[in-house]
Design a protein around this ligand. Structure first.
Ligand code: SAM
Length: 249
């Protein structure tokens, strides 16, 4: 049974959460708790990670740069996101921020930034993506945070693809290959959703993807969606068909 946490601050930590343990927080988290949220000694918050679950903790020292907490008691078990990857070509900054935040809320397991022929982002800052995913996970009550992989060229990724993982390729030119049906057909397989960049995939890339035995093109309907809309719509539908809704109840 999972406990709903009304308005309590949640903080992800990769330090093991063990009852009674005192944890020195890093400077960013210390700054956030003490300067931004203005918590002081004695205040309670929740800390979590995928391995240990979620614990109520208490601040035992608080100054501007250093904050330490004590792990008091467990409030929730760890619930891991289902095994769904999102492969997307980074967009302009605010749109990429949107994709990271919203797909974290929608329960993506792993995010792989891909470089395609029409990718417009000049620099892919994966450390920034990780910080955004952590923040979104803290807000939405996940107990894990998505894995953010280093950016990779689409061709290189596909050459080294784990064959047992089904690749759903979002293709706006298809009609009649509705994603609901196809997600359902491969329901028990690890999966990935591939979204194209703003300018779409090149014909060379499409040809390559179409030739792969583990790939299958899917449509999200008759309208051309922006890449960030397509990513969120596809993930929502995949979760509705293949996600584990019984967890956390
Ligand atoms: N081909 C167009 C172009 O040249 O600008 C549009 C690309 S669309 C803005 C970006 C990506 O969103 C596409 O590559 C595709 O992966 C996905 N997408 C958009 N609408 C879709 C739809 N109706 N069905 C499936 N995928 C879609």
């Amino acid at each position: 049974m999972s406990v709903r946490l009304k308005n309590k601050i949640r903080l992800y930590t990769d330090t093991s959460l063990i009852l009674g343990r005192i944890i020195e927080l890093n400077p960013q988290d210390s700054h956030y708790l003490c300067n931004v949220m203005r918590l002081t000694k004695g205040a309670a918050l929740n800390c979590f990670n995928a391995k240990d679950g979620e614990y109520e903790c208490q601040i035992v020292t608080a100054d501007k740069k250093h904050c330490s907490i004590r792990v008091d008691f467990r409030v929730n078990n760890s619930i891991l996101a289902p095994d769904i990857w999102l492969l997307f070509a980074p967009l302009k900054k605010d749109k990429t921020d949107f994709v990271i935040e919203k797909t974290t809320e929608l329960g993506v397991h792993t995010i792989v930034p891909i470089i395609t022929q029409n990718t417009i982002a000049e620099k892919v800052r994966t450390e920034r993506f990780s910080a955004q995913a952590k923040e979104a996970a803290e807000q939405c009550e996940r107990t894990d945070i998505p894995i953010i992989k280093e950016a990779v060229r689409l061709k290189d990724l596909l050459c080294a693809w784990p064959q047992e993982r089904r690749l759903f390729f979002l293709d706006e030119t298809l009609s009649g290959k509705d994603c609901l049906e196809l997600f359902n057909a491969y329901k028990n397989q690890p999966a990935a959703i591939l979204v194209g960049p703003e300018g779409g995939f090149s014909s060379e890339e499409k040809e390559l993807i179409d030739s792969l035995p583990f790939a299958c093109g899917v449509s999200l309907g008759p309208r051309i969606l922006r890449a960030e809309t397509a990513a969120c719509a596809a993930l929502s539908i995949w979760q509705a068909v293949c996600g584990d809704w019984s967890k956390g109840e």
